[in-house]
Ligand binder design. Structure first.
Ligand code: HEC
Length: 158
């Protein structure tokens, strides 16, 4: 008598175990399908939103450390001053001296460069020099934007 109910117990136990395992597999599959469909549907919107936010806060973020910014078209409005452009694009290197950049405001680091003349500095800032990428890495800047920023830097450093 007790042998039979043990057998039945193990049978039932076996079924329940299999049922739970199947359930786990189904949930895993469903969640994968669901997750990937959500990602695909929303990817563009999410990306657009993130880009928009980045544009809005372009003055607060460190553009040079953002590996994606070079491929994105970031509009820096032409009404921006040299100071604005400097703050959003150039400051990341030129405030700290990262990668050997001459530090804005340090007269001794700039006097020799300033002596080369503004046109040379403009050209080097626009085309890049040494480790410095052309236009500080933000190719959507116009040449005039870069010149404004250079003027600002020179002004702060003499
Ligand atoms: C990724 C870091 C980085 C960013 C961003 C950056 N610079 Fe530079 N910059 C440098 C470095 C490094 C040098 C020194 C290069 C050398 O002399 O070899 C330099 C040098 C310069 C010089 C001196 C050039 C010369 O002929 O002596 C100017 C002017 C200048 N940068 C302007 C700018 C302006 C304007 C921006 C923003 C639009 C900017 N930089 C953004 C790294 C940077």
């Amino acid at each position: 008598m007790s042998g039979t109910s043990d057998k039945e117990f193990y049978k039932l136990f076996g079924y329940i175990t299999i049922f739970i395992i199947l359930l786990a597999i189904i949930i895993t599959i469903l969640s994968k399908v669901f997750a990937s469909s959500v990602t695909n549907d929303n990817y563009d919107t999410v990306k657009e939103k993130a880009t928009e936010e980045r544009l809005l806060s372009s003055e607060k973020i460190n553009l040079a450390s953002n590996p994606t910014f070079k491929t994105e078209v970031i509009e820096v409005s032409s009404t921006k001053s040299g100071k604005d452009i400097y703050n959003s694009v150039c400051m990341s290197c030129h405030m700290s001296g990262a990668a050997g950049a001459p530090i804005t405001g340090k007269v001794d680091q700039w006097s020799e460069r300033i002596a080369k003349g503004s046109d040379t500095l403009y050209n080097n800032a626009i085309n890049g020099i040494g480790v410095m990428p052309a236009k500080g890495g933000l190719m959507s800047l116009s040449d005039d934007d870069v010149k404004l920023a250079v003027d600002y830097m020179i002004d702060q450093s003499k």
